[in-house]
Design a binder for this molecule. Structure first.
Ligand code: SAH
Length: 371
């Protein structure tokens, strides 16, 4: 496993200017206070940026001329660059975004009825080595800054087809969100803030492989929805599939989940369970899962395995998935099987890879806005 850095430098900041996309309200208030301005400047600027989508400081007419000029000199609003945009037959859109040279990430928009879910990345690559995930295969480069996380939502809003909205955000793209704690939390705050994106907390989901101390810290600073990638009901199997389990075993993980459930919207933690044929999909394991989850307010999301080259796994048969679901449902757990979306463009769970050598072969470019 690669070393996990505590914090990594912000790439979208040019050395000379401060990227305002990195700030939530409290940190933007500090920024203005340091400039000798009143904190309410933060509210004014956030409204320009997020409500009006005005990023030209000179056009922010309720700021003094002197402050406008000063902002032009010292600040900017810098977004990731869209490299490719792919549209799936089912309406799913995948973007490759460039953060800086050698650091590309992917994000995915999944429309369903009036809902629109944006799946965003929190790290370039991933330091965890979950055996069934293609992001894990490419190793870890660095954490995303707040600007690079929030910038994904900003860009998606600009690019999605007319009449579509981003109603839900899931931190289920590349990376382990809780190993980029501060930037993920600050981004989630901006997503919730009425001065910025104004999303309800139940519509923002942080998915984790189970970084136990970070789940407890999260509970102290936010109240968005938590999803946990469980994938196995016992340590022996989970040690193999999700190796971070050796550090934070199931008992400790579920205890932290139970504590988080007290702030989780709706009170129930979502447990994700990838369905791997012959590995974790037997009725015996379903019964074992019922037992281990019996003391945690939970619902279960079964994810048919999405394949990628040399994964070494097969997805479970529909029959095995249904049987597994029925055992959980009969035991009283709300259980849904996640629909596979966008797999024709490798946009499904666990298929996001960002920078890869064979990019040119698999990517096609769209001109203009997809309809
Ligand atoms: N690191 C975070 C979020 C990223 S992955 C986490 O582990 O939760 C989002 C979900 O997709 C996780 O539940 C992950 O286990 C699952 N996933 C990863 N690879 C997959 C694959 N090949 N097929 C189906 N689901 C996969």
């Amino acid at each position: 496993m690669n070393a996990i850095p505590e914090s990594v430098d912000v790439a979208l900041d040019s050395p000379a200017k401060t990227n305002l996309l990195n700030f939530d309200k409290p940190s933007l208030e500090d920024f203005f206070t340091e400039l000798g301005e009143k904190p309410f400047r933060a509210t004014q600027v956030l409204k320009w940026l997020y409500h009006q989508r005005v990023t030209d400081f000179e056009a922010m007419t309720n700021l003094s001329a002197a402050l406008r000029h000063q902002l032009v000199d010292i600040a900017d609003f810098c977004l990731p660059e869209i490299i490719t945009e792919q549209l799936s037959d089912d309406g799913t859109i995948k973007w490759a975004l460039r953060l800086d040279v050698g650091n590309d990430i992917e994000m995915v928009f999944i429309p369903e009825g009036t809902r629109g879910t944006l799946c965003i990345s929190s790290q370039v690559g991933c330091a965890l080595a979950c055996t069934f995930c293609s992001t894990a295969r490419q190793g870890f480069n660095r954490n995303l800054s707040t600007a690079e996380i929030v910038g994904q939502l900003w860009l998606a809003i600009e690019r999605i087809p007319l009449g579509r909205r981003v109603t839900n955000i899931v931190f289920m793209g590349m990376g382990e969100p809780l190993l980029n704690f501060d930037n993920v939390v600050r981004s989630a705050q901006l997503m919730k803030d009425d001065l910025a994106f104004g999303l309800a907390r139940k519509r923002i989901t942080i998915s984790t492989s189970g970084i136990v101390p970070a789940i407890d810290r999260l509970r102290e600073v936010t109240d968005v929805a938590l999803a946990v990638s469980l994938h196995a009901p016992n340590d022996e199997l989970r040690d193999e599939l999700v190796p971070i389990n050796k550090k934070y075993p199931i008992r400790e993980l579920l205890a932290a989940c139970k504590r988080y459930a007290t702030v989780n919207p709706g009170g129930k933690i979502t447990f994700e369970y990838v369905m791997l044929e012959g590995v974790n999909d037997s009725p015996e394991l379903a019964h074992e899962l019922v037992r281990v989850l019996s003391h945690v307010p939970s619902k279960v999301n079964l994810i048919p395995f999405n394949s990628f080259p040399n994964s070494g796994y097969q997805t479970s048969s529909q029959q095995a998935i249904d049987r597994f679901r029925d055992i959980l449902s009969k035991a009283g757990f709300m259980t849904v099987t996640r629909k596979t979306r966008g797999d024709d463009i490798d946009a499904a769970c666990g298929q996001l890879v960002g920078k890869v050598a064979d990019r040119s072969r698999r990517y096609r470019r769209f001109e203009g806005k997809p309809q």
